[in-house]
Design a protein around this ligand. Sequence first.
Ligand SMILES: Cc1cc2nc3c(=O)[nH]c(=O)nc-3n(C[C@H](O)[C@H](O)[C@H](O)COP(=O)(O)OP(=O)(O)OC[C@H]3O[C@@H](n4cnc5c(N)ncnc54)[C@H](O)[C@@H]3O)c2cc1C
Length: 389
Amino acid sequence: MINTHEADIVIVGGGLVGGALAKSLAPLGLKICIVDQAPPLNKQQHDTRTTAIAAASASLLREWGIWGNLEQEAQVISKIVVSDQQNGAALTFDPRDFARSEPMGWMLHNKNLREAIANAASHVEGLEWFYEEKCEKVATAGMRIMLTTNKREIKAKLLIGADGRGSWVRGLINTTLSRWHYDQVAVTAILHHPHEHNGVAVEHFTPIGPLAFLPMQGKTSGLVWSIKPHLLSKLMKEASEALSLINSSLEDHRGQITKIDARREYPLEVILPRHLGKNRIALAGDAAHCMHPVAGQGLNVGLRDVKRLVESITWAVSLGLDIGSSVVLDHYTKASRPDHLSMTAVTDGLLRVFELSSRPATFARKMGLRVVNMVPFLKKRLMLHAMGY
Ligand SMILES: Cc1cc2nc3c(=O)[nH]c(=O)nc-3n(C[C@H](O)[C@H](O)[C@H](O)COP(=O)(O)OP(=O)(O)OC[C@H]3O[C@@H](n4cnc5c(N)ncnc54)[C@H](O)[C@@H]3O)c2cc1C
């Protein structure tokens, strides 16, 4: 016989955003279930990715009681250098230039971040976590939505889709999607180098795509290089070939890269649903917005979704409103869409501007970087945006 559960909220997807949501909803004392198709973390393959957490996102994780020991595992990003290989121009963002003691952000191994979120969520009273379950269908029944998995039925007032970029829940909301693929694949890896990185993150725009060196603890850095698919084999096949391509594309104070660990590839696309909530269903994290990783902002926007969704639900609870009603879902959509649109526009615009290789375009970029360098107000505004403020 199939199990039946009653909850206030059912979250599909217990990844970074789903776990953070469950933890940050805790003060409301609601009954929450998380359904994930994957096994528990200790049975999963290691996620070898790294994530840049902006200063404002670290404050949110602190507020939700997730940051705790993470700071010991995190590497401070003290500065960000943006450079253009085609014209030699560079721009440095350093909060100390604007008398701010807070760093730009922190770098973390995804594995550590996921563990911290899952550990913090495991202490939430009333939270049930169902692993390795396959979602089959949903139906609305009066003031409830019913999710059927291969093992149970869960009735709730609100269903939240935090099931990532290939979201199944997103397909349940009848809404228009803006969607386009990039002719690029991101390759990630950990790099080993002889000298200290001094907390400097580099976003280097090469003619074959943006290359990020992101400082990790010790003499290691995370690599995220978004390149054309036909060049993928140069980075993915022989480690020696990957090393020589990386070393010939960027040399800085880290010295020549001596070793590259396991590499992984990610296809890149934009997905932006027009509505983030309908028919007792809300979307958060990559289910609500996929963007290019060039500025390392996807999860940072996802954590802001968590903040906005919790605010909308708290507002509804305080007024005695139905948390799954359209007024609450519209409140959340209205608060979140401008952030999704502006961050997608920034990342997409950066790519398009740095992709141009004609002489007038490279000259215009050089002038553009100079102007930003010379106008403190503009530079500070861009820096605060990258810090999540
Ligand atoms: C190369 C690369 C580098 C990046 N770097 C950064 C960075 O530096 N900073 C940053 O802020 N962002 C970065 N991002 C983006 C960031 O990784 C994502 O925004 C983040 O992982 C989204 O978290 P999420 O919880 O929404 O989705 P996910 O982490 O994908 O989690 C989804 C969860 O849902 C589960 N699930 C999926 N489908 C189902 C289903 N049908 N039923 C049940 N469960 C399901 C999965 O098992 C998983 O647990 C990067 C992305 C890429 C590709």
